[in-house]
Design a protein around this ligand. Structure first.
Ligand SMILES: CC(C)(COP(=O)(O)OP(=O)(O)OC[C@H]1O[C@@H](n2cnc3c(N)ncnc32)[C@H](O)[C@@H]1OP(=O)(O)O)[C@@H](O)C(=O)NCCC(=O)NCCS
Length: 143
């Protein structure tokens, strides 16, 4: 079961983030702590295998990051974390959830498409590696 995160979890989450993302994109403990302190921010972790950070403000929610350890992938960890984040967003009165994903990120695109997200925008050359970001969204009323 996904469990709520707090700033005290930041060092362990940074280690997970570094394992999941390329070095240039990995977030340190300070950045994660800062994210968790943003207005409306929250997060869930699942047995040290993965975590999700999100925020819900003024009726709109966004996924800030999602990471699953390489050895724990394709077992439904990200799907469970995403569902927990969507339910929490609904609880916080958000009507829609947004996120950005690299056009090159096949795994994440598969995950989000599977979860009912659809493309609503494009940010060209958004990432450090020059890839485009797709902006995806999903209404939460049907979550
Ligand atoms: C993307 C990521 C979070 C997926 O985590 P995961 O726990 O392996 O995902 P799940 O097992 O919950 O997969 C759920 C669905 O997503 C899709 N999916 C997941 N990995 C996939 C892959 N490599 N290729 C295609 N589809 C994939 C599938 O539809 C899958 O359902 P299925 O296994 O029944 O076919 C993980 O690969 C990761 O941490 N990647 C690096 C960090 C990252 O890209 N984060 C997202 C940034 S927006």
């Amino acid at each position: 079961m996904p469990a709520p995160l707090s700033a005290g979890d930041a060092p362990a989450l940074a280690a997970l983030h570094a394992a999941a993302f390329p070095p240039a994109e990995a977030w340190g403990a300070d950045a994660i702590s800062l994210m968790l302190g943003l207005e409306g921010a929250y997060g869930f972790g699942l047995d040290g295998q993965g975590f999700i950070l999100a925020r819900a403000v003024a009726g709109e929610a966004e996924i800030l990051t999602l990471a699953v350890a390489p050895e724990a992938r394709r077992r439904g960890v990200a799907g469970a974390l995403l569902r927990a984040a969507m339910m929490e967003a609904q609880y916080r009165d958000a009507l829609v959830m947004f996120l950005e994903v690299s056009a090159d990120n096949t795994a994440a695109r598969g995950l989000y498409s599977h979860a009912g997200f659809a493309q609503v925008g494009l940010r060209r050359r958004y990432y450090a590696d020059g890839s485009d970001a797709l902006v995806l969204s999903r209404p939460l009323s049907a979550a």
